[in-house]
Design a protein around this ligand. Structure first.
Ligand code: BGC
Length: 804
């Protein structure tokens, strides 16, 4: 899995304002992204073992404690432990009564009219008090929440964060989120989502790290390390929950919750590796996926659960077990209790290895009967209960159930100023400059700037989906960010110009969990005319367009992944004024931008950048920061091209990418290109980077030898910048069809103008490995092509031979 290594030489020591290490810091320390991940995996197993009570002495102690506790428990109390509920905050009376009665093992921090509420350390305290002080055995609760990209302080959405290609930054932002979440009493977060996402129609692509498993493994490990810290029992650590196991990111037709069908080798080469990486890094829990892969919902997938997830606590997704009924699943022999299908399916999930039931209520209500009638065993119930108790033990909850309810720490750790600094820097580093015909950076001496668009003056959408605890009032809009950057001497004026969408049904769905999208009562033509007049009276137009937050995330699949038509009409009108237009995109997925790319001189992809996004975007627009983000997904021209991952396998009729595709080739669509508009790994800067020749230290290798590949990269422009240099591997002849290329290393080099540094990558045979038809991990000797460059398309290459 995570195997390639790369390192840069002579990187400078700048670590940035926020104290999050940049690529330069990382390289200087001799650790690169990929190697860092490997080291984490190892150190976690050593240092982390003690923290998690898995070294021999603490394991013995823990086992003795848990044996003693379990010996005291009734069957009903054991079933209570494997029951995860959710409620309003403050926790409602009915739930409190169940907690006192020992019928609850954990609480998902309240569903309050669909918007999640966890209101500071006191919101959840009554629940923990009821469990510890008023239940017979005083077993503390797991207190869970979806902490996806920050908590009260909101960072860029995960897909944006991945575009930094900076694992230290990923780890650090997760650590901040853990400190903040744990200061609200939470001890368990339903993150990271490590589903590989290759279909931009699927809204949850926003929550993951993009399309590539190699990068996905590194990010999964950095997230786990950040959330769980060095010591899971520390009051500022939270248990990570790697989700959604597995294949949830491959739904047919990009429709959320839809099933996936794929070859077992694809499952093992692409979708499973980030889960394995997260488990290796110490992730203590995992969540099942709603969908079925190859006909088997994960909630019932005994084989995969056992093989991959090992000892981690396995929890169902929200209502995932009852939803097996609609899947049409029965027991292992295809039978169902027609009078009570939940009976059959709760039993089956437990037998398959699911250990905690989120909101399904089947474990708590049906397993006693199942045990009495011999369809589940005492050992299966005990195993699940013990997994929950073990997680609580590792979290230190038995030692001090209230350690995470510390009002003094909350004062320091909630909304700490250092998070805001880091959020601003991270948001800037996650933006990707897609096009720049010389318009950017803008001068702060312009007299009149028009900031136009429905997302320009917005604080509700800029934080993105899954930001329930982020107060929109703390968000810096793009308009405010620009105003703060240029000061009072520049006339910065705003016109809305259009609604986010004119599709009323869509607006209803977007506002399902609370009002985020409002409709301006003025007729669209009037709004547009006002914006055009403003543009005409300005020196430059910054058009802030794209998606509402809820157009991505859960249950937010789209058929058309472009900017909504009414916003594109506005953009056309703005471009027609002849004024220079900078398109600032807000979005949770790759967008299709063929018209925009042909007609708009500058395009900046900013995703949903969180609370500080407005400042971060202004930093980039005016050149206080130089764009360095690179895409972690391929961006199609047209939705009809998807899925279009860069590593798709070659065919028998590939066609030559340098020529017109012609008929009878895989490259040929009769009505358009089959190439992505922006390839994986792509992103521009305000400076330019000149690549020297790529060099391999050997071209004939044998067995365990290590290959070192280097390339000098020079900052050939006038401003300092950072370049993410990428290495791809091709296995041109193999026993089965292989991907056209695969990312096997990357390094982020900070470079001053005129400065040259050498990006260095090392590869071993682990980088050549793949799964054969019997799912053995193998490598095959022969010729390999190594490509190095600024993105997955523009590579210089060389060939090597590797023999046994
Ligand atoms: C989502 C999970 C989430 C859970 C609890 C489900 O609908 O699929 O990702 O963790 O809800 O909020």
């Amino acid at each position: 899995m995570v195997s390639a290594r790369c390192q840069g030489q002579g990187a400078d020591r700048r670590t940035g304002q926020a104290g999050i290490g940049t690529g330069g810091h990382r390289i200087e320390a001799g650790l690169t992204n990929s190697r860092t991940a490997q080291v984490w995996a190892r150190t976690d197993l050593a240092a982390g073992e003690k923290a998690m009570g898995t070294d021999a002495a603490s394991k013995q102690q823990r086992d003795a404690f848990l044996d003693g506790l379990m010996a005291k428990m009734t069957l009903a109390e054991k079933l209570g432990q494997i029951n995860l509920v959710t409620s309003n905050v403050p926790v409602g009376d009915d739930i409190l009564a169940d907690i006192r009665a020992g019928k609850v093992g954990g609480v998902l921090g309240g569903l309050d009219k669909i918007s999640f509420g966890v209101n500071g350390p006191d919101g959840l305290r009554p629940a923990q008090e009821a469990a510890v002080n008023q239940s017979r055995l005083g077993i503390p609760l797991l207190l869970a929440f979806d902490v996806i990209h920050g908590h009260q302080s909101v960072f860029p959405i995960p897909l944006a964060l991945s575009c930094t290609w900076d694992m230290e930054r990923v780890r650090a932002t997760a650590r901040f989120a853990a400190r903040e979440a744990s200061a609200s009493g939470l001890n368990w977060v339903f993150s990271p989502m490590v589903d590989i996402g290759r279909d931009p129609r699927w809204g949850r692509i926003a929550e993951g790290a993009g399309e590539d498993p190699f990068l996905g493994c590194d990010i999964a490990q950095a997230m786990v390390k950040g959330l769980q810290g060095d010591d899971l029992s520390a009051p500022d650590s939270v248990m990570a929950c790697v989700k959604h196991f597995v294949g949830y990111g491959a739904p047919e037709a990009g429709r959320d919750y839809n099933n996936a069908d794929m070859s077992p080798t694809r499952l093992h080469d692409v979708y499973l590796p980030p889960f394995k990486a997260a488990v290796e890094a110490g992730a203590a829990s995992a969540m099942m996926s709603f969908s079925a892969v190859n006909g088997m919902p994960s909630h019932a997938d005994e084989e995969l659960l056992g093989a991959i997830l090992g000892d981690v606590l396995k929890v169902s997704d929200f209502d995932g077990i009852p939803e097996l009924i609609a899947h049409g699943l029965g027991d292992e022999a295809g039978r169902i209790d027609e009078s009570d299908p939940l009976q059959t399916l709760s039993e089956r999930s437990l037998r398959a290895g699911v250990q905690m039931d989120m909101m399904g209520k089947g474990f708590i209500t049906r397993l006693e009967k199942a045990l009495a009638e011999g369809r589940v065993s005492q050992a299966q119930i005990d195993g699940a209960c013990r997994a929950v108790l073990e997680a609580k033990y590792k979290l230190g909850l038995f030692a001090d159930p209230f350690a995470r309810f510390d009002a003094e720490r909350a004062k320091r750790d909630v909304l700490a100023p250092e998070y805001a600094v880091a959020a601003r820097e991270t948001a800037a580093e996650s933006c990707v400059l897609l096009k720049n015909d010389g318009v950017l950076p803008l001068s702060k001496k312009l007299a009149r700037i028009a900031v136009i668009g429905p997302l320009a003056d917005d604080q509700k959408n800029i934080t993105g989906p899954w930001a329930f605890q982020g107060d929109p009032a703390h968000a810096v809009s793009v308009l405010d960010g620009i105003r703060a950057a240029v000061g009072a001497g520049v006339k910065v004026r705003h016109a809305r110009g259009a609604n986010i969408t004119e599709n009323r049904r869509m607006v209803e769905l977007l506002n399902f969990a609370g009002p985020k999208v409002d409709i301006d009562p003025r007729p669209p033509a009037e709004m547009m005319a006002q914006a055009v007049a403003l543009a005409q009276d300005s020196d430059v137009v910054v058009a802030v367009l794209g998606e509402a937050a809820e157009m991505s995330g859960e249950a937010a699949s789209r058929l058309d992944i472009g900017i909504p038509d009414n916003q594109r009409d506005l953009l056309k009108a703005l471009v027609a004024t002849g004024k220079p237009v900078v398109l600032v995109l807000m979005h949770g997925r790759p967008l299709t931008l063929p018209w925009e790319n042909d007609h708009v001189p500058a395009i900046l992809a900013t995703w949903f950048g969180g609370h500080q996004a407005g400042h971060a975007i202004a930093d980039l627009l005016f050149g206080d920061k130089v764009p360095s983000g690179k895409l972690t997904t391929s961006w199609p021209h047209h939705v009809g091209q998807v899925p279009i991952p860069y590593d798709r396998a070659t065919t028998g009729r590939p066609g030559n990418p340098k020529e017109d595709p012609g008929k009878y080739t895989t490259r040929c669509y009769l009505d358009g290109s089959s190439e992505p508009l922006f390839p994986f790994g792509f992103g521009l800067s305000y400076t330019s980077f000149a690549y020297g020749a790529i060099v391999a230290d050997k071209t004939e290798l044998q067995g365990d030898e290590v290959l070192t590949v280097t390339v000098p990269v020079t900052n050939a422009g006038r401003v300092s910048g950072q370049e993410i240099v990428q290495l791809y591997l091709t296995d041109p002849v193999a026993s089965r069809v292989r991907p056209a290329k695969q990312l096997r290393g990357y390094v982020k080099l900070p470079l001053q103008p005129g400065e040259t540094k050498t990006a260095r990558f090392t590869l071993t045979t682990a980088d050549l490995e793949f799964h054969d038809g019997q799912l053995n991990r193998i490598w095959e000797p022969g010729r390999f092509v190594i490509g190095v460059g600024p993105n997955s398309r523009d590579l210089q290459s060389l060939q090597i031979h590797w023999s046994r």
